[in-house]
Design a protein around this ligand. Sequence first.
Ligand code: ZN
Length: 507
Amino acid sequence: MKTADAKAGLVQLRERLQQVNDIERAAAVLSWDQATYMPPGGAAARGRQMAVLGSLAHERFTDPVVGTLLDALMPWAEGCSADDDDAALVRVARRKYERSVRVPNSLVAELSAHQAASYDAWTRARPANDFAAVRPLLEKTVDLSRRLAECFAPYEHVMDPLIDMYDYGMRVSSVSRVFADLRTQLTPLVDAVAAQGEIDDSFLKQRFAEKRQWDFGVVVVKKLGYDFERGRQDKTHHPFCTTFSIGDVRITTRFNEHDLGDGLFSTMHEAGHAMYEQGIDARFEGTPLAEGTSAGVHESQSRLWENVIGRSREFWEFYYPKLQRKFGRELRDVSLEQFHRAINKVRRSLIRVDADELTYNLHVILRFDLERQMLEGTLAAKDLPEAWNARYASDLGVTPQDDRDGCLQDVHWFGGIVGGSFQGYTLGNVLSAMFYRTALNAHPEIPEQVRRGRFSTLHRWLVKNIYRHGSKYTAPELIRCVTGGDLDVGPYVSYLRGKYTDLYGIP
Ligand code: ZN
């Protein structure tokens, strides 16, 4: 293809992608409204409206015209250099297109009807502790997930195509190796921490007025670099971040008046996701390049700000006196030392979403292993509760009393598919340490700046090396390009070991 033809093809492709993007982002506005301000009476119509937009976007995108354009442009793109923006656009659009057209509409419809029914049953089964009620639905979810993977055959492992949907370029083989390594290194550290006895965090459970929590959180995330001129924050049951355009990336949060850490850290977490999206190169607007490149890399940004920075000693040396002024009565007699230990308290527990930074990964790794076994057919859905409890006993030293606090706790397998949606959480933690270490090598002054409440050097480094690229590079490409190496648990394990050995006074 001649350059002039490629240019003309690109103009047409961009136009089409922009339309699809506009429809998808309009649907995101409806979904954000549903989770924040919509009165209950709006639910039925809203579901219908979002479904219409969803199928409209799908129709526009899978139009054979798009396929023809991409077919014509692919050889040209393959001839371009690896960092050419337009060639990246063609590659990423092509990948999305393949994903959309390979799955037959009948399977999409069957899956979404089943997911709705399964989710509905789960919302009742969990409080009732009734695994039997969702067991046949889970069996069908496993079957449908396998059929979905089948659309992308041949593959090395049945879960690979499902992982690709969230963490493109990662494989069961590579993730399993990293996770097994991490589990081996974390388990003795968790044991050593547990042997030191409990940290007192009872003062975090006093009553902390919501309004003051909100105000403090806003001041913090503004300082970190979240831009309120191109975003806003609202309240919701389950905090999330959503993008309508690079100029409008919103976060939501929630507060618990009897748990100071809850709202504060979830606000920083979502701001981390949002700063990634706000930092994407404006030239990518309206294209599939204008989003984070994978679930794992996205989570690395939320975790970096929430944990690596937000739970660090340096951060609180600056912010704790300010927090104490905000909550004079509640925190008057609590020292910085006590506070810092309390927000990093480690506890072997049953519930993933309440887990601390150290044990969190053990919750994720066991889910990843169990879903892999269900897809391989070596674990039947009916045996899930038993397998779940056995893994909690061996990995975390605790056993759920019932399935409510056991295998029924997460929505993922009951409102989605089995496979693909858990590994990103832990990949994100591993990556947060790899990226942070690389940033420190370039700018050893970062911790000293954090101690003075300055985050711009780190923020700028992240924009330059990670944020601005959006989806231009795949996660494995980006990791290599930024750190010079492949996915590696080393930096993360040494970060955790250093931090918790210190905090818990482990000899
Ligand atoms: Zn997140």
